[in-house]
Design a protein around this ligand. Sequence first.
Ligand code: PMP
Length: 411
Amino acid sequence: RPAFDARAVRRDFPILSELVNGRPLIWLDNAATTQKPRAVIDRLVEFYSRENSNIHRAAHELAARATDAYEGARRTVARFVGAGSAEEIVFVRGTTEAINLVAKAWGPRNIGAGDEIVLSHLEHHANIVPWQMLAEQTGAVIKVIPVDDDGELLLDRYTSLLSDRTKLVAVTQMSNALGTVVPVEKVIEIGHRAGARVLVDAAQSVPHLPVDVRALDADFLVFSGHKLFGPTGIGVLYGKREVLEDMPPWEGGGNMITDVTFEKSSYQPPPGRFEAGTGNIADAVGLAAAIDYVERIGLPNIGAYEHTLVEHATEGLRGVPGLRLVGTAPHKASIVSFVLDGHEPSEVGTALNEEGIAVRSGHHCAQPILRRYGLEATVRPSFAFYNTHEEVDALVAAVHRLADGRGRRRR
Ligand code: PMP
């Protein structure tokens, strides 16, 4: 095991000292949302205590502080994803809003009747429904890249799906239901060869692996702050400069204009054009604090350590009678999905909760991929760098007892 001191980093997360049902909380629902380090909580308190103001407009000291903090956060995000400039970073509410923004602003101008949008079978509903709405509106057609039984994309099938009508490929970099890591670099290269733009849903990947939009040559890349140890209600749309410049606004209001008369308005260049109204200033600043925190630990260290957790969990769960792992791709990260004979996933979730263990059970907003395996729901433990091997042991032991028909263990 690589030397990684999970016990030390745990002390940065106040909530990890909570008791649940009389047991120390074991937070294994990181794919739904992550817990927040003291550095992020303190940064929010600091902002509201010393910097709070609306931004850009007023010529007073606090407006300057708030504007500096917000625009500084944009630069932090730009550096984090390897963007060429902070102007390529649009702050939004989250991944869902980012994808809807692209579908509504970029979509109608670039996609017409008979054009094709290619998605993968792994997608979260957030990367399906906005494209269906766009297809309904424009007469475009949606095509789906299939996966194999392990949950890996079939890249040769992908290549044969593409045509000169393909205008957009939208794929996840990591499946939230199975944990599959998708080779998006290849997906992008193949998509570009067909003349399509490519959007990467990095909601699940950015907390686990380094992402570089320029190395990937992604046209759009989107993620949510709350899955990256930052606040809820803040997320990121990265768009290539020339692509954003060619997009009309999607919402109108203050901040996004350069001039307004009753006859006509003119718009800011990106990213201001896409940020109508008062944004989520404090949480953008909180997200930057989360990124600074993650970068101090280092994503390569995080990825290597989490790999040991996933291996450990996979090995342990394989030994449980009647347990079926769903999603067994060789390249996966931080998520394990399973079903247990004779027990509904929701029942497993409830039993684990009694022991203080938080996992998600359900369809994970990814019904198509679960149905690919004949399922409506799974149990989904998901890991972060603050989880320990002892917590994995507790999970495996609890599932074991349930499978054996034994109840809650006394401890
Ligand atoms: N895409 C993926 C892969 C996700 O895991 C999620 C969150 N579960 C989303 C999109 C949606 O993110 P949000 O709810 O933060 O907008």
